[in-house]
Structures are given as C-alpha cells and as structure tokens.
Design a protein around this ligand. Structure first.
Ligand code: NAD
Length: 261
C-alpha cells in the first residue's frame, strides 16, 4: 500500500537535486505533491515529469509564502529543502575571517529565514487537521564547524535548533504536528558542481571529496528521499524534534575510517 495516500505535500527547492527526488518519491507513495522552487521553469519541468502541481516560491520572500498560503491553506507535509552554500555565483572566500557581511546575510536569508517562514506557514496550514509533518533539510554542516563555509554551517545549525523549537511549540499547543530535521552529507547533486568543475581532474576531485567518508562514496538523492518518506508517513507518528543523519558514517567518528589494506 502507498505510504502517503491522501496526503498533500509541499516541497521547496524541488526544481532539481534532493528536493526533486523527494517530490518524486512522495508521488510514488500516493501523495498529492506541490513542487515549488525559486526557478519556476525548473519546478515546472520536474512537475511535468513526475505528474504533480507546481508553484513558483522563493523561500526568502514573505510575499511568496503568503501567496502559497492563499493557494494551499491546508497541507499535511512540508519539506523545507531549498538551500544555498554561498558558492553558487562566486567562489569568494566564506571563512570567518574573510566572508563579507553581505554574503553571510544572503546565505542566512535563504537557508534560515526561508526555513522560519516555511515552518510558520506549515504550522498554520496543518492546524486545521491538527496534524502533519514538517521536515527541515539541515546538513552535517549544521552539527560541526566548517571553516570554509561559515554562513552555511551557521545557518544549518540554526535550522537544527529551530526544528526542535517548532516541535516543542506544536506539542505544547496540543497539535500532532511533528517537526524533524535531516542531516545529509556529500549527496551528489548540482550543488557540488562549483567544487567539481568539468575539467579532466573531475573524477579525482570527486574521490577527494569523499576520501574522509567511511563508505567512500557520495550518497544519492533517492537515499535522502527515503528518509523524507519515512518522516512524512504515519509510521513516524511518535517522532518529533529529532535529527536523522545520512552521511555514509562521516559523523560516527574519525576512528571509523576504514584502512585500505
Ligand atoms: P541544489 O543546489 O542541487 O538544489 C537546490 C534547489 O534550491 C535549486 O533547485 C534552487 O533553484 C533552489 N533554490 C535556491 N534558492 C532558493 C530560494 N531562495 N527559494 C526557493 N528555491 C531556491 O541543492 P541540493 O544538493 O539538492 O540541496 C538541497 C538541500 O539539501 C539544501 O538545503 C542543502 O543545503 C541540503 N544539503 C545538501 C547536501 C549535498 O551534499 N547535496 C548535503 C547537506 C545538505
């Protein structure tokens, strides 16, 4: 039996990568899905391919969330997936010493403000039925320091914490609205393109990026989508305020690195 039958699900940043895979998995599980993205053409292409609704939604825009609330006042599942590293348009340094205030704010505006606005919309849109699931896509970077991507790490850590605040708030209000975070690491999506490039050393760069990962490979978007299906479904009815890592063993500890021989 499909695990998300009758559920109305909204996924942000679903024009590609992890968000698109989550939307596709939700459709496969019988959900009515709304694919949203800042990039309207990308969202429409995914929606056409997997057979679902689409809306243009910039998560950092309060006006876009208001329009979303008008269009979909009642939902069951919200995935706050949209996120940026800060390296999309420029490889300018993002370490604590050299990052510009403008870049710092720009990453937080999308990752953190976007998740705050999404959670606020999600709670309001789930109150009618008194139940639902909000899934925030944080990162491994929200659990450790990342010298080269300070704003990204800070914003993802704040998402991790806000998830627990939302979970407690909903429980205190007597609502069965659950809120949990997923913490992926090294999932192969277009997000990695600025780091990989398309030069002859692309394969070497890929290998270098997962050299510290005990499982020594990138994760797939489908593997992250499987976790989102679990959290969206009624199978996870007693899970709230929790964090699920999906990282090939990276956070298990440095001693977990296998020896090669
Ligand atoms: P991606 O760059 O492939 O896709 C991100 C999508 O978000 C794009 O479609 C983009 O148009 C959209 N987007 C960007 N800004 C937006 C905005 N303001 N409003 C709405 N949509 C916007 O990224 P991905 O790898 O699929 O990552 C998805 C989420 O997973 C992000 O939150 C990311 O931080 C997180 N994550 C990814 C990895 C990884 O290794 N890929 C690891 C940890 C966490």
């Amino acid at each position: 039996m499909a695990r998300l039958n009758t559920k109305v699900c909204v996924v942000t940043g679903a024009g590609r990568g992890i968000g698109a895979a989550i939307a596709e998995a939700f459709v496969r599980e019988g959900a009515t899905v709304v694919v949203t993205d800042k990039d309207e053409a990308a969202a429409r292409a995914v929606a056409t391919r997997i057979g679902c609704e689409t809306r243009q939604l910039d998560v950092a825009s309060e006006a876009d969330w208001s329009a979303q609330e008008q269009a979909w006042p009642q939902i069951d599942v919200l995935v706050n997936n949209a996120g940026v590293t800060g390296f999309e348009d420029s490889m300018a340094p993002q370490d604590p010493e050299r990052a510009s205030l403008e870049d710092w704010r720009s990453v937080h505006r999308i990752n953190l403000d976007g998740t705050f606005l999404g959670c606020r919309y999600g709670i309001r849109a789930m109150r009618g039925r008194g139940a639902g699931s909000i899934i925030n896509i944080s990162s491994r970077s929200g659990m450790i320091g990342v010298p080269a991507a300070a704003a990204y790490a800070s914003s993802k850590a704040a998402i991790r914490n806000h998830t627990k605040t939302v979970a407690l708030h909903c429980a205190q209000e007597g609502l069965a609205i659950r809120c949990n975070s997923i913490h992926p690491a090294a999932i192969l999506t277009p997000m990695w393109e600025p780091m990989l490039g398309d030069g002859p050393d692309r394969e070497d760069r890929m290998a270098a990026l997962v050299a510290d990962t005990p499982m020594r490979r990138f994760g797939t978007t489908e593997e992250v989508a499987s976790l989102a299906v679990l959290l969206a479904s009624d199978e996870a009815a007693y899970m709230t305020g929790t964090e699920l890592t999906i990282d090939g063993g990276l956070l298990a500890g440095s001693a977990a690195s296998p020896t090669r021989d």
